[in-house]
Design a protein around this ligand. Structure first.
Ligand code: RUQ
Ligand code: CUA
Length: 658
């Protein structure tokens, strides 16, 4: 964001006065000091105002929290708003040593994500979905998809740990993820058409052999797990299904998925056939998928699904016969599909069309009831007549992708090609909130550069809170120091509390760990995380006491045949036992409990040569299993600087050679 140069003296004086910056904590500092510091750094009034809106002094907490996908890192990043401070990374699909994830703990969860029996130890995380109650975030659970391997993970927000990873047996890559308004289902939409079950087929019979799908993963809140046995899928044509969003209120019971490649292009550039980029955008329109999931659930429960690769799939014919699936045209190469807060409008943005297209839930329902079809696709799925379901089209700019909503009747759409965030007005009931006429572009704020998703506070729920919006930009080009040719991405915080053209960028945050895609922003006070585990001997995976957890005074090393069990307790600044002797080739089951109850008393357990790193948070119990195949003397130690005697917190593993 470029600010018009303002004489620094007036600028600083004005902003300082406006902010009343000195009223509270004058101390030894004076207005002249603020003026001097701003002048030395060449800061404008707008800069100082932005700083005042975002600067968060030591000890002050953030009001909102971003849960951002980590892109290639396969993780989730937790960031405070408005400070834009990174607070935590949650290990999900990729091993992470600090949390011990994949180095002693979480190995079984990571193994749930094996693809065709093989470990895939990274993920391309795209779309976080916070659990919802009545269509609003409740702060309890977080789900995230891995696009590259079509997997879904479940994160418990009591301890910010991944509890479950699911690999569906049908498709290979996914894209969209959302939850239904009461988190009955976590909905995963496939991306690229493939033969189900990782079967082989050549491209010449693409139309017959390849398929897309949408998976309804049943979530059981009490267990905190997705129940695969109660989950089902809908077979879809091999278009490239993309983003998915759940209807709510006026559109409750539906989900909306957009798609590209309704041309069924199969590429083949090496054989002089049109490349995918041309073939996939030949048609002027693609097809929005409308699924009645409540009806689909009833059909599944009544036995209407067929097992495919061990997973119940409702065939396309059944979906047509039972009225579960409809299509309607959407502008070419659509990308985002976003349901407005009241559920009454569904906003679709086509990358190659400068408009957003707004569909009406009421009109969709009427068109379904009256069978207002313009035809059907090659698979026989009815196509609802475009003019019968569209409410409005708003020209917003070049390369519109995703839309979020404010608290006051404004919608916000990211413009990839324009590198801007468009603010426009919704109509209907929302129109009362804005000074501008319905369905009009109000303002565009430039961003740096090439925004993908955007996120506003509760911006995709029934109750958007406005205030802040974050532009998740793909490229930072000239914004930061260059860390070599691989540039950071740029999260830009935008103040949307004003109206009209008042929506300035107020902070830039470099993201140096992959391309994060989407993020959701939740009120911090809705999160109720534990600061220590509820009781000593707690197993975070089961979220209850582990009866086998080593107890104080019962520390020992036992042997049965060639299996050695270690019962260890951990407390500042001691491992007990601190000598563990085994024989080469023994199976070692090493159980450890942290006896700590203090909030900051975290210990680590690191063993050289055996690829073991464990994080022991207060009260936690962990079991690590390995074969002692390398003989020698291995100092194990605590890997958190936990006390003045941290270096003394160690022990020796002695593996006696055969
Ligand atoms: S999307 S390319 Cu969320 Cu825009 Cu994955
Ligand atoms: Cu415990 Cu260092």
């Amino acid at each position: 964001m470029k600010h018009a140069p303002i004489p620094i003296r007036t600028a600083v004086a004005a902003s300082v006065a406006a902010l009343g910056l000195l009223a509270g904590h004058a101390g030894a500092q004076s207005m002249a000091d603020v003026q001097k510091a701003a002048q030395a750094r060449g800061l404008s009034t707008a800069d100082l105002l932005a700083a005042a809106k975002t600067y968060t002094p030591s000890g002050m907490k953030d009001e909102f929290v971003i849960f951002s996908s980590g892109g290639h890192s396969g993780q989730v990043h937790v960031i405070g708003v408005p400070s834009m401070r990174l607070i935590r990374t949650i290990a999900v699909f990729t091993p992470e040593p600090w949390q011990g994830w994949g180095y002693g703990v979480g190995n079984d969860v990571l193994a749930q994500g094996n693809v065709a029996g093989k470990p895939n130890l990274w993920g391309d995380t795209h779309h976080p979905a916070l659990s919802e109650t009545n269509g609003d975030y409740d702060g309890e659970w977080l789900f995230i998809n891995d696009k590259v391997n079509s997997r879904v993970a479940v994160i418990d927000l009591r301890d910010f740990e991944t509890k479950q990873i699911l690999k569906n047996p049908l498709t290979v890559s996914n894209h969209g993820l959302c939850v239904t308004p009461n988190t009955e289902y976590v909905v995963e939409s496939s991306q690229y058409g493939v033969p189900f079950g990782w079967e082989y087929a050549t491209m010449d019979k693409y139309k017959e052999t390849h398929r897309g799908c949408v998976i309804f993963w049943k979530f059981d809140r009490k267990q905190g797990r997705i129940v695969p046995g109660e989950s089902f899928a809908l077979e879809l044509p091999p278009y490239w299904q993309d983003i998915v969003d759940a209807g709510k209120l006026a559109s409750d019971g539906f989900i909306f998925i957009n798609s590209l490649n309704t041309e069924l292009a199969t590429g083949g550039v090496q054989d002089k056939k049109p490349p995918f980029e041309a073939g996939v955008s030949r048609n002027a329109t693609d097809l929005l998928h409308i699924v009645d999931w409540k009806k689909a659930e009833a059909v599944f429960r009544a036995g209407g699904a067929k097992e495919q690769f061990g997973f119940p799939v409702i065939p396309i014919e059944t979906s047509i016969a039972e009225g579960l699936l409809y299509l309607t045209p959407e502008p070419r190469s659509p990308h985002g599909v976003d349901v407005a807060p009241r559920g009454d409008f569904i906003v679709v943005a086509g990358k190659l069309d400068p408009h957003v297209t707004v569909y009406s839930a009421e009109k969709i329902k009427r068109a379904i009831a009256n069978k207002t079809y313009s035809g059907s696709d090659d698979y026989g799925i009815p196509i609802l007549e475009f003019d019968a379901v569209v409410e409005a089209r708003v020209e917003v700019g070049l390369g519109p992708l995703h839309t979020q909503f404010g608290s006051d009747g404004y919608a916000y759409t990211s413009l990839f090609l324009d590198s801007a965030i468009a603010r426009w007005t919704l109509g209907g009931e929302y129109g009362k909130g804005t000074p501008e006429p319905d369905w009009t572009l109000v303002h565009k704020t430039p961003v740096q550069y090439n925004v993908g998703h955007l996120g506003a506070v509760h911006g995709d729920t029934v109750n958007p809170l406005g205030r802040y919006l974050v532009s998740f930009n793909k490229w930072s080009v000239d914004r930061f120091l260059h860390p070599g040719p691989l540039l950071a991405q740029n999260f830009q915080l935008i103040d949307i509390s004003g109206q009209g053209a008042n929506m300035p960028v107020i902070y830039d945050m470099p993201i140096g760990f992959g391309e994060p895609h989407y993020a959701q922003i939740i009120r911090a006070d809705l999160l109720k995380p534990w600061s220590i585990y509820p009781e000593v001997g707690w197993d975070p995976h089961k979220q209850r006491i582990d009866p086998m957890a080593p107890k104080k005074g019962m520390e020992r090393v036992t042997r049965e045949g060639s299996t050695v069990e270690v019962w260890m307790t951990v407390v500042r600044s001691q491992f007990n036992p601190d000598h563990v002797k085994v024989k080469q080739g023994d199976t070692v089951i090493w159980r450890m409990t942290s006896l700590e109850r203090a909030v900051d008393a975290v210990h680590g357990f690191a063993v050289p040569g055996y690829n073991i790193a464990v994080s022991l948070e207060p009260g936690e119990t962990v079991t690590v299993e390995f074969i002692a195949d390398t003989p020698g003397v291995f100092p194990y130690y605590c890997s958190e600087f936990c006390s003045a005697l941290h270096l003394e917190m160690m022990g020796y593993l002695m593996v006696e050679p055969n």
